[in-house]
Write a protein of this length. Structure first.
Length: 177
């Protein structure tokens, strides 16, 4: 869907403005390292689960000492240590990468952007389109489902709309003073 957004920007306006070269943005190199760290953490968690399950399933009459267990599951232990080392190296590498960089550090060419007022319009259209697409994927399309959700939320908060709910005193039950 990103390609359609780029085309939408081009349809609205061809005017561009120079971008401030000192403006900072999130570092794309750090973002890539974050992704690798997430994958390494998932790999480490998987190895830890496997090793823990093997330890829990270990019968003491078969392998009464930890040394025997480590020998029997040496390959799994090596995988676990390698995953920890990889994660540590990635985290150390990320420490040396700045969180934000200036735009001029990323590109040698002059950096430009769409005209500001037109950019706001296209951003609003993109947000609405993204929300509609998300709702369609989640199966929450149409006016009726929106009204149904509102009724469900409202029914949980007050006594109205539920069977057997107390509705207060009627005319016949009013207290006489």
């Amino acid at each position: 869907m990103r390609e359609e957004f780029l085309l939408l920007d081009a349809l609205v306006d061809y005017r561009i403005e120079p971008e401030d070269p000192t403006r900072t943005i999130p570092n794309p190199e750090r973002r890539a390292l974050d992704k690798q760290i997430r994958a390494a953490r998932a790999e480490l968690a998987k190895s830890e689960r496997q090793y823990g399950a093997a330890a829990a399933d270990n019968t003491e009459e078969h392998r009464p000492t930890m040394r025997g267990f480590k020998i029997a599951y040496g390959k799994l232990g090596k995988q676990l240590r390698a995953a920890r080392d990889r994660l540590g190296r990635l985290i150390d590498k990320r420490r040396n990468v700045p969180q934000r960089v200036e735009i001029r550090d990323l590109s040698e060419r002059a950096v430009v952007k769409l005209a500001t007022e037109r950019k706001h319009l296209t951003d609003i259209i993109k947000m609405v389109a993204y929300q509609v697409e998300s709702d369609l994927r989640a199966g929450r399309s149409g006016r009726h489902s929106s009204q149904r959700r509102q009724r469900q939320r409202g029914a949980g908060r007050s006594g109205h709309g539920r069977r057997g709910a107390s509705r207060g005193r009627g005319r016949a039950q009013k207290r006489r003073t």
